[in-house]
Design a protein around this ligand. Structure first.
Ligand code: PA5
Length: 450
């Protein structure tokens, strides 16, 4: 890896929206938030295990076992079913699509297809996945820190039955891998009773900060991702984020700008990219920031767009609608492949002016043209420059965004590491489904619905 920072914040296009003295003004608050984080003295300080993961985790027995088990799973199956939701799902899928493209499953390769289930309650989704398993050897990685989340629990109940019917109980045990709490929860008890191989979601790492643990790393290793390069990237971000000069600390500067823009009424952040491989990363970012910041009546609403696709759907609003938006553009400088536009003799489409150009160049011009236009329309733009779609870049970006998120939460004065608001829908759903213990609530809800 080079000594340069793989992720660079380009703030040139914020000049019309944020003055230098505003950045200077917020710098002491950023440093105070960073100190609270480093000293582990702030709210939610029992969920800071992710902070030191890049230095600690690669040295663990579990990390070595993840690599060994991934090789075993690659030999055992053609299809790995990954069951999980929220933080126990998004990171692995986002990283897989970033590194291996959204077409990973359709591509010719040596590694198993990976299908994600338990992240919704759709019968069609499950049924389609079962049909994709026909004639294929299957393994399952069920991921749930609590071991009790309804969506993955339902999916696992169904897949456990499928695996036992198909392979017999003894062989099914050898093909089911659990990632869960080290000691408690339904899944852990079951794994201990039946003898599934287990991996741990550390106590002090919340779901949305867990992608660099077995939660994300086991499925990624099965897909052939270079875990060492990923963790080294995160380690570089860990080191770079220690810089105390805000001008040199791109991670802290990103958090600072977000907070300044929020205070100016820019309450919606559109994370966007010109590469479809970033679409699921946007989903991961939305969970990371939405669940961490959106509480106590505060927080930036995270949304996303993939351009140029969404310029033909959301472009009008961004250019011209309510002026509550700012954009964070993830500009990928080099993708896996390249396509050059050819000269055509009859020039039937009038596009010969593009002949000889690389698609990347056309895409970059779309990016620059759009940014200038959106800025002109009153939408502040920040650009996070990513050199490529490598493991090192991704590891760096993951840690960079996690740390910026924690700082952002402390700046807002919220606990970035809890998610009390997620419980509301669960209680109502349990009551409506007749779960024992929820009778009173069921009666109230039934009246409201009638
Ligand atoms: O970030 C979080 O904590 C949540 O999104 C959880 O990851 C999600 O609710 C799944 O929880 P669990 O892993 O306990 O099944």
């Amino acid at each position: 890896m080079t000594e340069e920072m793989p992720v660079i914040l380009n703030d040139k296009y914020l000049a019309d929206f944020v003055r230098k003295d505003e950045l200077d003004g917020i710098a002491p608050c950023i440093m105070a938030a960073a100190e609270i984080l480093e000293k582990k003295s702030g709210q939610g300080n029992d969920f800071l295990g992710w902070l030191d993961l890049p230095t600690i985790y690669p040295k663990t027995e579990e990390y070595a076992r993840i690599k060994e088990t991934a090789l075993k799973i690659q030999k055992q199956c053609d299809v790995l079913i990954v069951i999980g939701i929220g933080g126990s799902y998004l990171g692995a899928r986002a990283a897989l699509e970033f590194l291996k493209t959204p077409q990973y499953n359709e591509l010719k390769k040596e590694t198993p297809n990976i299908y994600f289930v338990g992240n919704n309650i759709s019968a069609d989704h499950l049924t389609n996945i079962f049909s994709l398993c026909e004639g294929k050897e299957v393994c399952v990685n069920v991921i749930s820190k609590s071991g009790t989340t309804t969506e993955p629990a339902i999916a696992f109940r169904i897949f456990k039955e499928y695996m036992e019917n198909r392979y017999g109980k003894e062989e099914a045990v050898k093909r089911i891998y659990c990632t869960t709490d080290k000691a408690k929860g339904t899944l852990k008890s079951l794994a201990d009773d039946l003898g599934y191989e287990t991996f741990v979601v550390p106590d002090d790492v919340g779901g949305r900060f867990s992608v660099l643990t077995a939660v994300g790393l086991l499925p990624l290793a099965v897909a052939g991702v270079d875990l060492d390069a990923l963790m080294n990237g995160a380690l570089k971000a860990y080191e770079d984020a220690k810089e105390s000069d805000l001008q040199k600390n791109h991670c802290y500067r990103y958090a600072a700008y977000r907070n300044i823009l929020y205070r100016k009424g820019k309450t919606v952040e559109v994370s966007c990219s010109y590469e479809p491989c970033f679409a699921m990363m946007c989903e991961w970012i939305k969970q990371l920031y939405g669940e961490s910041e959106g509480k106590d009546g505060k927080g930036i609403y995270p949304t996303s767009a993939i351009f140029s696709t969404d310029l033909h759907s959301l472009g009008q609003y961004i250019q011209d609608g309510s002026r509550i938006l700012f954009e964070t553009v993830y500009h990928i400088q080099k993708t896996h492949s390249d396509v050059v536009i050819q000269h055509i003799a009859d020039n039937f489409d009038g596009l010969n002016f593009l002949a000889g150009k690389h698609l990347q160049e056309v895409n970059d011009n779309a990016f620059m043209g759009t940014m200038l236009s959106h800025v002109e329309g009153g939408v502040p733009n920040m650009v996070l420059e990513l050199p490529d779609v490598s493991e090192a870049t991704l590891g760096y970006l993951i840690y960079f965004l996690e740390k910026a998120c924690a700082i952002s939460g402390y700046l807002l004065g919220v606990n970035p590491f809890d998610q009390p608001g997620v419980e509301g829908y669960k209680k109502n759903m349990f009551a409506l489904l007749g779960k024992p213990g929820y009778e009173d609530l069921a009666e109230t809800l039934t009246k409201k619905l009638s």
